[in-house]
Each structure stands twice: as structure tokens, then as C-alpha cells.
Write a protein that binds this ligand. Structure first.
Ligand SMILES: Cc1cc2nc3c(=O)[nH]c(=O)nc-3n(C[C@H](O)[C@H](O)[C@H](O)COP(=O)(O)OP(=O)(O)OC[C@H]3O[C@@H](n4cnc5c(N)ncnc54)[C@H](O)[C@@H]3O)c2cc1C
Length: 358
């Protein structure tokens, strides 16, 4: 049984390594895995629960998170388990090497174009040396604008945030990540070291103007920019179909992204695990991934929809509420990948938060 994965990003390559005992082929449009980088690469400890963290792709560990309001009031949270900052190019390359070591075949410089059905098989068409390729199972791990979804009837109108980010020379406290909550954008400074950080914003419109005004806000000049790493982030949508017969979507292609902080690395890996189980044990993939993370993604989306309507003043009040020790304690202990596990506790500790959400 031939399994074909389109996209050699983290979701595609991790899935390829999980399925590598079968016949797996990965097609990637770029000539090098992991390049260009369009990601900040910060994850919670959940990443270490899924795979071994190797020195070769670990850039930094974060033990404090600062959430900063428009009026510059902030809360500082001590993370009981450090966040990890990874080098996305090295991370993607590591996962692809692992998959190849286990037997998966990779074809770089191959852009998937379309698919036709042929006597129960799927015939895939590419721009690249191989023009046509037959497969039994097709998996779209091809990122936010999934061509697999678009050419197999799984595409549904999606909303995107624009992630405008640059690697910058900037003095930081290397142990502290800063998140800026504002009307109109969500900003971050994720340190790589004392001297460099990944600085960015996620917004729905005017990313360049907002990025420049964010740099002013953090008192940084554009001439400290080393490299732009911008990209699009799909907003989660529970209505997106992620499976049709033997065609599947995972990761950004399936919009499996946290709408609160726009992170999707861990979610793509979790989806890969669930799809590998579904294929190996003939289970329903959608049921499996929704059971594992559907509720958290839906709660994240609900929170995002509320936050998108916040004024600066409302953000100021929210951060003020969060400065209370009893609230901070909940945030310190809990995993932000899993809002379903602490939202109730937060609301019970501070019922005024209900007014913000409803
Ligand atoms: C600015 C920015 C910052 C971010 N920061 C974070 C963060 O800090 N933490 C976090 O968890 N998430 C972050 N994300 C989100 C994260 O990058 C994605 O969720 C993650 O990359 C999804 O992995 P994936 O494997 O599904 O897709 P991708 O990483 O997008 O990989 C898709 C692969 O498919 C290939 N491809 C696409 N089309 C084709 C085609 N037609 N044929 C062949 N190959 C194709 C692409 O070249 C790519 O290699 C950020 C995103 C952006 C834009």
C-alpha cells in the first residue's frame, strides 16, 4: 500500500517517520527541507512529551512569560516547565532525516499540482522530475494554503492571520518571553540569546504598518533586522473536513492551530500521531484527532473571537485582573495548549472573567 505525503514540514515528516514501516513517499516543493523559515518556533513542554529534544535544534529554554498590556502594565508568570525555542530549519531537517532513516523516500523540488482518480488508485500530478505518481493514500501536510485540500474538495473558505516576524539583534533577558496584547494585533519577543530575538506580530490587516509601530513600541530600530520570517497562519475552523476516503489533511493544511497564540507545531505532530493510528488500525481519523485536541482548539477559537473585539482599555483591565496571585498561580501551573483543563478553574477563582468572555 503506497502512502504519499505532500509537504516535508514538521507534520508531514513526523507522520512519515511514524508510518515508515509501510511504503511512504514525501514530496516537498522546496529544494531544502526547513527553508525558508516562517515561524517563531516557541512551544510548550508538550513538544518534549511527543519527541526527544535534541541539542541540534534546541535554541533556548524560557522560564518566564511576561504578558504586557497596552498601558505597559504586565504580569510575569514563572513557568513550572520551561517553554522551548527551537531552530525550525534544524528541527524540520531532523524530522525528515529520521523519517528517511526509517525508510521513507523523499522527493524535493516537487510541487504537487492535482490529483485524479484512476481505477481505485489516486494519480498525483507534479511540477518536478516526476510528473505523475500513483498512490493508495494521499495526505496533505502542505501548510496553510493546502493544494491537496484545494484539489480534492476538502478546501473550505478560511480566515488567516498574518504573522509578520523578523530575527533581530536586540538585547533581551534570554529567559523571558514577552507577549504584547493589544487592540489590532498580538505581539511577541522570543529571545534566542541575550543579543538576538524573534520579534513579531499576528494581525488580520496592515501587517507592515503594525509591525513597524510594534518595533517603535519596544524601542527597536528596523536596522537591527537580520532576516524576515513572515507567513500566514490559518485560524482554526471546526467545520473544515480533514478526511475524504483515503485522502487526509494534517497540521496547518487542516487548520489545526491554536487560535489564542497562533501556535501549530505541537498540534500538527499530535495530528500526525492520530492519523498514523487511524491508518494502521483502520480507525476514524477525524474522531481520533478531535478527541485528542478538538475541544482545546474550539475553546481557543472562542477566546480568540472575544479577544479580537477587545479595545486597548479592555486589555488593560484584563491584565490587571490577571495580576492577582491566585490567578497567576493557575496560569503558572497549567499548560496553555490545554485551555479546557484550566478555564473553569480560572473562572471559579475570578468570576469577573466571565464578563470578559460572555
Ligand atoms: C510568523 C509565524 C510564527 C509562528 N510561530 C509559531 C510558534 O512560535 N510556535 C508554533 O507552534 N507555531 C508557530 N507558527 C505556526 C507554525 O509555523 C505552523 O503551525 C507549522 O509550521 C505547521 O506545520 P505543518 O507541517 O503543518 O506545515 P508547514 O510547516 O507549513 O509545512 C508545509 C510544507 O509543505 C510544503 N508544500 C506546500 N505546498 C506544497 C506543494 N503544493 N507541493 C509540495 N510541497 C508543498 C511547504 O514547502 C512546507 O515545507 C507560526 C507561524 C508563522 C507564520
Amino acid at each position: 500500500m503506497m502512502i504519499t505525503i505532500i509537504g516535508g514540514g514538521p507534520a508531514g515528516s513526523y507522520l512519515a517517520s511514524l508510518l515508515a514501516e509501510k511504503e511512504v513517499t514525501v514530496f516537498e516543493e522546496h529544494d531544502k527541507i526547513g527553508i525558508p523559515v516562517q515561524c517563531t518556533g516557541i512551544t510548550t513542554k508538550a513538544l518534549a512529551e511527543i519527541l526527544d529534544i535534541k541539542k541540534q535544534f534546541l535554541t533556548n529554554k524560557i522560564t518566564n512569560a511576561k504578558i504586557i498590556a497596552p498601558n505597559n502594565q504586565f504580569i510575569e508568570i514563572k513557568l513550572t516547565q520551561p517553554d522551548l525555542v527551537i531552530d525550525r530549519a534544524a528541527f524540520d531537517q531532523h524530522l525528515a532525516e529520521k523519517a528517511q532513516d526509517k525508510g521513507a523516500k523523499y522527493h524535493l523540488n516537487h510541487k504537487y499540482k492535482s490529483c485524479t482518480k484512476n481505477n481505485g488508485k489516486l494519480e498525483l500530478h507534479f511540477d518536478g522530475e516526476i510528473k505523475n505518481f500513483q498512490t493508495d493514500i494521499l495526505i496533505g501536510a502542505d501548510g496553510p494554503f493546502s493544494q491537496v485540500a484545494k484539489t480534492t474538495g476538502l478546501w473550505k473558505e478560511r480566515k488567516f492571520a498574518i504573522g509578520a516576524q523578523a530575527r533581530m539583534l536586540i538585547e533581551t533577558n534570554p529567559e523571558t518571553v514577552e507577549f504584547y496584547v493589544n487592540q489590532g494585533y498580538f505581539g511577541w519577543v522570543v529571545p534566542e540569546s541575550e543579543k538576538t530575538a524573534r520579534v513579531g506580530i499576528a494581525t488580520y490587516e496592515q501587517p507592515n504598518e503594525k509591525f513597524k509601530s510594534f518595533l517603535k513600541r519596544i524601542k527597536t530600530e528596523t536596522n537591527s533586522i537580520q532576516e524576515y520570517q513572515s507567513g500566514m497562519i490559518p485560524l482554526h475552523d471546526p467545520e473544515i473536513k480533514t478526511q475524504d476516503g483515503n485522502i487526509y489533511l494534517i497540521g496547518d493544511a487542516a487548520a489545526q492551530v491554536k487560535a489564542t497564540t497562533f501556535g501549530g507545531i505541537v498540534q500538527g505532530l499530535m495530528a500526525a500521531e492520530e492519523l498514523s493510528k487511524a491508518i494502521c488500525h483502520e480507525k476514524d481519523y477525524e474522531k481520533l484527532w478531535k478527541k485528542r485536541m478538538g475541544r482545546d482548539l474550539r475553546i481557543g477559537l472562542m477566546i480568540r473571537k472575544k479577544l479580537d473585539k477587545f479595545t486597548d482599555e479592555k486589555y488593560n483591565k484584563l491584565v490587571e485582573l490577571f495580576t492577582q496571585e491566585r490567578i497567576k498561580k493557575v496560569l503558572e501551573k497549567k499548560d496553555r495548549d490545554r485551555p479546557s483543563r484550566f478555564i473553569l478553574e480560572l473562572l471559579l477563582k475570578e468570576p469577573r472573567l466571565l464578563r470578559f468572555l460572555f
